[in-house]
Unconditional design. Structure first.
Length: 329
């Protein structure tokens, strides 16, 4: 009996140690490629510095792409996978149809494959590009621990279900963020990326022309702002021109997005939703009143948190050789 108990204890200890080692290995870490591909992060950064100023608006695209990727199956670059004859991928789902810059990512990945074949994941490439392009265009810096592996599944339907929609109310947004381990503070801070974004009229035209289905306008939208939109970029219900999320300041990562929310000038219903709850409204007001440095630090913390959502590490997934297709496809 004693021997059996001793054997059980020894086995339990071994299992415990193995699980501890496994969980340690599964964690992302700064400098993950220090030995396996020492120049990896510099290759990404150098490419960004060489090319982002030719198209600075891509910074907003990449941070949105990173966000959309992490909300579906975790941060595993599944948003980069092409559709096939028998599968419509996330990339072609309605929330992702205005994403661009995939060739930029492919070019960085190609350089990394030349340097260290089969080592650096597309998930890490996307995470690093999102950070580096934001910093290169004057936005906040955040740490990007690496070691993510790439997913092999990408489904359009999951993107449609999991990505927070522009017409979402606070309850919907809170639920979708909570599904990813993010809270209301993260919702407010990550929405701040809209300070450099653009939208298309179709994503909010119902607020201008048919809010409740009877040809009315959203009463929560500032009437003068709505009139300006109707007179210029969104002249008809079917117009689909680009509109700055943060008019007059779209190229500067600043606090004006939050100031506009308090003036009822957030473009999306999901933007306006941040002012419908005491907690989120209080956070918006605090950001507007505080120094920009505080926003940058808080935003960085939420980005680091988002970048860890359901990551694949260890032996999960794969390291895709090309970001648009799974290996052996």
């Amino acid at each position: 009996m004693r021997m059996e108990r001793l054997t059980f204890l020894v086995l339990a200890t071994i299992v415990g140690l193995l699980s501890l080692i496994g969980s340690t290995q599964a964690q992302l870490k700064l400098g993950f490629y220090a030995k396996s591909c020492p120049k990896a992060e510099k290759i990404v950064l150098d490419f960004v510095h060489q090319h982002i100023h030719n198209a600075p608006s891509l910074a907003a695209t990449f941070i949105r792409m990173h966000f959309h990727d992490c909300f579906v199956r975790g941060c595993d670059a599944s948003v980069l996978i092409n559709s096939t004859s028998n599968n419509q991928a996330e990339k072609d789902s309605q929330p992702n149809q205005t994403l661009r810059g995939f060739d930029f990512i492919d070019r960085v990945k190609s350089l990394l494959e030349d340097e260290c074949p089969g080592v650096v994941s597309c998930a890490d490439v996307l995470s690093l590009i999102a950070r580096d392009t934001i910093v290169a265009t004057g936005g906040p810096y955040w740490e990007v621990p690496t070691g993510r592996r790439d997913g092999v599944i990408s489904r359009s339907s999951e993107a449609l279900n999991d990505i927070p929609p522009p017409f979402g109310n606070l309850s919907t947004l809170q639920r979708l963020f909570a599904n990813q381990g993010l809270d209301l503070k993260d919702l407010v801070l990550l929405s701040g990326a809209h300070t450099i974004g653009i939208a298309h009229c179709q994503s909010f035209s119902n607020r201008l022309y048919n809010f409740t289905g009877v040809g009315d306008q959203d009463p929560s939208l500032d009437p003068r702002y709505a009139a300006n939109l109707k007179a210029n970029k969104c002249r008809t219900p079917t117009a689909n021109n680009k509109v700055e999320m943060d008019p007059g300041s779209r190229n500067t990562f600043d606090l004006s997005y939050y100031s506009l929310l308090l003036k009822r000038r957030g473009l999306f219903e999901s933007d306006a939703a941040l002012t419908t709850d005491a907690t989120t409204l209080g956070l918006v007001q605090k950001l507007v009143e505080g120094p920009i440095e505080e926003f940058f630090a808080e935003f960085a913390a939420s980005m680091e948190k988002m970048g860890r959502i359901k990551v694949k590490t260890g032996t999960e997934g794969e390291i895709r050789r090309k970001c648009a297709v799974v290996n052996n496809s």
